[in-house]
Design a protein around this ligand. Structure first.
Ligand code: ADP
Ligand code: MG
Length: 255
C-alpha cells in the first residue's frame, strides 16, 4: 500500500468515525496478507471489531449515566437462600420483555432480602440491551421533582428520571412523604403510565402505602397506575446481610 493511500484511508476512517478500524487496520492488513485471507473475511473482521468496541463503550456509558449503585447481577443472586424468589420468573424478567411491553416490576419485602440487588440486576441487563436506565431512591427522586416543580422550563442535566426507559425507584416507604411530595410522585407515575417502565422496591405492603404517602387517595391513585401492568415479587425471608450472623448464632446454639 502506498503511503498516500494509507494516509487517505486513515483520514477517511476518521471522517467516518471508524476509530477502532483506524486503530487496527495496519495489523489486520498484515495478518490478512500473511494468512491469504478472503476479502470478505477481512472486511467482516474489521467491521466486527468496530461494532463490538462500540457495544462495549455504549454499555459502559449507559451504566455510568444510569446512576446504578452497583453492578449486581441476576446470576449472582443466591436463589437457594431466598426460596420465595422464583429463579425462572426472575430470569424471564431479565429478558426485558416487560420493558418492551411497558410494564412495571415491584419488589416487596423486609430489609436485606435482595430487593435492591434484583432491581439493580434488571437495570444492568437493560443497560446491556442498550436501554436508558436511571436509578434513584424515592427520597432523591422527590428532591429532584421539587426542584423541577419550582423551576418549570429549566432544562437541567439531571433529567434522567424523566426520559429513562427503565426508571428504578428504590426504597419506597423508608421515609414517609409529605402530601405535596406524594402528589409530585403521583404526577411522575402518571406521566410514565403505559409509556415506560418503573422498577420499584418497597419494605412496606401496599396497604401501608397510604400511611407512607401521607394520603390514602394519592396512594390509591399511584398504586392503581403502577399495578395495572405490573409484576409483583413478594420476597418473604431472612436478611442476607444477617446471614453470617445467623450462622454464628446457629453454631453457638449447637455447642
Ligand atoms: P434490600 O434492598 O432488600 O434491603 P439488598 O438487595 O440491598 O436488600 O441486599 C443486601 C445485600 O445482600 C446486598 O449486598 C445484596 O447484594 C446481598 N444479597 C441479598 N440477597 C441476596 C441473595 N439472595 N444472594 C446474593 N446476595 C444477596
Ligand atoms: Mg434496598
Amino acid at each position: 500500500m502506498s503511503k498516500l493511500a494509507a494516509q487517505r484511508i486513515q483520514s477517511n476512517l476518521d471522517r467516518l468515525q471508524l476509530a477502532r478500524v483506524a486503530e487496527i487496520l495496519d495489523e489486520e492488513v498484515k495478518r490478512a496478507t500473511e494468512e491469504k485471507m478472503a476479502y470478505s473475511e477481512f472486511l467482516d473482521r474489521l467491521l466486527g471489531e468496530e461494532i463490538s468496541t462500540r457495544d462495549v463503550r455504549r454499555v459502559k456509558t449507559a451504566l455510568r449515566l444510569s446512576n446504578l449503585p452497583s453492578e449486581k447481577t441476576l446470576e449472582n443472586f443466591d436463589y437457594t437462600f431466598q426460596p420465595t424468589v422464583d429463579r425462572a420468573r426472575t430470569m424471564e424478567l431479565g429478558n426485558l420483555d416487560f420493558v418492551r411491553r411497558r410494564e412495571n416490576v415491584i419488589l416487596l419485602g423486609p430489609p436485606g432480602v435482595g430487593k435492591t440487588h434484583l432491581a439493580c440486576a434488571l437495570g444492568v441487563r437493560a443497560c446491556q440491551a442498550g436501554m436508558g436506565v436511571y436509578f434513584t431512591s424515592l427520597t432523591d427522586l422527590v428532591k429532584k421533582l421539587v426542584v423541577a416543580d419550582r423551576n418549570p422550563g429549566v432544562r437541567s442535566k439531571g433529567l434522567g428520571y424523566v426520559k429513562a426507559q427503565v426508571l428504578i425507584i428504590d426504597e419506597v416507604g423508608y421515609l414517609p412523604l409529605e402530601r405535596q411530595h406524594a402528589h409530585l410522585f403521583f404526577q411522575l407515575v402518571s406521566r410514565r403510565y403505559e409509556q415506560t417502565s418503573i422498577v420499584l422496591t418497597s419494605n412496606k405492603t401496599f396497604t401501608e402505602w397510604a400511611q407512607v404517602l401521607g394520603d390514602p387517595v394519592i396512594a390509591t391513585a399511584i398504586l392503581d397506575r403502577l399495578l395495572h401492568h405490573a409484576h409483583v415479587i413478594n420476597i418473604r425471608g431472612n436478611s442476607y446481610r444477617l446471614r453470617e450472623k445467623a450462622k454464628l448464632v446457629a453454631a453457638e446454639a449447637e455447642r
